[in-house]
Design a binder for this molecule. Structure first.
Ligand code: DQA
Length: 144
């Protein structure tokens, strides 16, 4: 099966961006590890990071026609703003897990609301990049 991992705005800065909040790993480190884990279990992992809302939306539309089975998404700041991205996920009908590196509930009040959590299969936050590994494990188990 095929898993799509989507990363929202500013996550291309991982490694140097507020490392005390987001850790020292780069996005490439995380994506490489996930791809390897998926392929070891006989699955295909695709990924995209974008700072542009429409690129993430277009990618979700494509995912539907491509037959992507599951999405793992860290919408980053779009978590708290994007009805459009929420609607794209609903339109795709593809199940997804929402991941955040930081514990958004321990941060500013504007980070406490997500446009995704109520329609997600699950939500993982505050565990750093391990959250993606756990999401992948859960996604693969759900697909089977
Ligand atoms: C984030 C949390 C968001 O509030 C923030 O805007 C991000 C990253 C996280 O992974 O902790 O860019 O999604």
């Amino acid at each position: 099966s095929t898993i799509l991992v989507l990363h929202g705005p500013n996550l291309n800065m991982l490694g140097t961006r507020e490392p005390e909040v987001y850790g020292h790993e780069t996005l490439a480190d995380i994506d490489d590890r996930l791809r390897q884990q998926a392929s070891e279990q006989g699955h295909h992992l695709l990924h995209l990071q974008s700072n542009a809302e429409y690129e993430l939306i277009d990618r979700i539309h494509e995912a539907r026609t491509e037959g992507v089975d599951f999405i793992i998404i860290n919408p980053a700041a779009f978590t708290h703003t994007s009805v459009a991205l929420r609607d794209a996920l609903l339109a795709s009908g593809i199940p997804f897990i929402e991941v955040h590196l930081s514990n958004v509930h321990a941060r500013e009040p504007f980070r406490h609301h997500s446009y995704f959590s109520d329609i997600a299969q699950g939500v993982i936050c505050g565990l750093g990049s391990q959250g993606y590994d756990l999401a992948l494990q859960a996604a693969l188990q759900k697909i089977h």
